[in-house]
Write a protein that binds this ligand. Structure first.
Ligand SMILES: Cc1cc2nc3c(=O)[nH]c(=O)nc-3n(C[C@H](O)[C@H](O)[C@H](O)COP(=O)(O)OP(=O)(O)OC[C@H]3O[C@@H](n4cnc5c(N)ncnc54)[C@H](O)[C@@H]3O)c2cc1C
Length: 293
């Protein structure tokens, strides 16, 4: 790694109750490898911090703009603009601002993140700070930052295949990776998935952690996942934020949809949410500019 690529800041948002857990082991691997590489690693250990998950009036200092009906999104946006958000939110927002990469480390709960981590997303990624209607997706506020999900499952990999009982993992990951991370602009790296660590032999778990360690060493060279760029859509309320007619026409001749979410009634592009595309991109899709971490 060259000099300029060193001393980046990585934030690990971590949610597990137990220091003896597999997730804790995965988190520690990341801290060790990234620190070895010269990065500054900051960990938000949400259970240890007793991080509050519920988005309430308590998050706003001082008077509300419109007390009735209470609108959490509007009030927190105003509070952010006026420096009146609660201290725990402000502290996390500072960590986000400083980070070039955010890793979310967690056990999958109900096809998503544990409630305490959902609370972090709900409360920290406030309108104005993390997104606006003018600044979203590939034009989003955090477009120069990277983010990735690193999580364990109870299920096996086959259960999350397109023909497995849980359905396609690409579909499961779309809301978090597109609807939250990429919506805020993040370049999303392929997720690190630890399949069913509680149900595999000890040597398989060790191999999973070794694989994670090796991946982290090469993370700076990884390309992000692809999402549909805003420019393909009519970005107006009048136009319904719909795919532009010329883009739709182009995709009519394509075998697959654009992304997992923008499937256009066609087969989903394979592994769209779990693998970065090969070097040569499909026309119309975008991987945002690469940054070094
Ligand atoms: C509310 C809830 C909802 C859930 N929803 C889902 C769902 O939707 N889909 C799904 O697939 N699963 C679901 N699960 C299951 C959950 O995702 C798994 O239980 C979890 O991912 C396992 O991770 P862990 O860190 O808790 O594992 P642990 O149970 O802590 O660890 C697994 C094994 O790894 C061992 N270990 C710890 N450290 C190391 C180390 N350094 N090296 C090697 N081995 C080590 C542990 O001793 C243990 O034997 C749910 C669970 C709950 C509680």
């Amino acid at each position: 790694m060259h000099e300029a690529a060193q001393k980046k800041t990585v934030l690990i948002v971590y949610a597990h109750q137990s220091p003896g857990s597999f997730n804790r082991a995965a988190r520690d691997v990341a801290v060790n490898v990234l620190e070895e590489q010269g990065h500054r690693v900051v960990v938000s250990d949400l259970y240890a911090m007793n991080f509050r998950a519920n988005a309430t009036r308590e998050d706003i200092k001082g008077d509300l703009k419109n007390p009735e009906p209470f609108q959490y999104g509007d009030e927190t946006m105003h509070a952010w603009m006026e420096g009146r958000l609660s201290d725990d939110i402000v502290a996390e927002q500072h960590k986000v601002e400083e980070a070039e990469l955010i890793i979310f480390q967690f056990p999958m709960y109900w096809f998503s993140v544990p409630a305490i981590m959902k609370g972090w997303l709900d409360r920290v990624l406030v309108q104005g700070f993390a997104f606006s209607l003018e600044k979203m997706y590939n034009n989003g506020i955090f477009k120069d930052k990277k983010a990735m999900l690193a999580f364990s499952t109870g299920a096996s990999q086959t259960m999350f295949q397109p023909d497995g009982i849980n359905g396609d993992i690409n579909v499961t990951l779309w809301p978090l990776q597109n609807g939250t991370l990429h919506f805020c602009g993040f370049q999303v790296l392929a997720p690190q998935i630890f399949w069913g660590p509680a149900f595999c032999p000890a040597q398989v778990r060790t191999a999973m952690l070794d694989g994670w360690q090796a991946r982290l060493r090469g993370l700076s060279a990884e390309r992000p996942l692809t999402f549909a760029p805003c420019e393909l859509f009519d970005l107006s309320f009048q136009g319904g934020f719909l795919l532009r007619p010329e883009a739709r026409k182009e995709y009519d001749s394509h075998l697959c949809g654009l992304t997992t979410g923008h499937h256009l009634g066609k087969p989903l592009p394979a592994d769209n949410q779990i693998k970065a595309p090969p070097q040569k991109e499909t026309s119309g899709q975008s991987a945002s500019t690469n940054i070094s971490i």
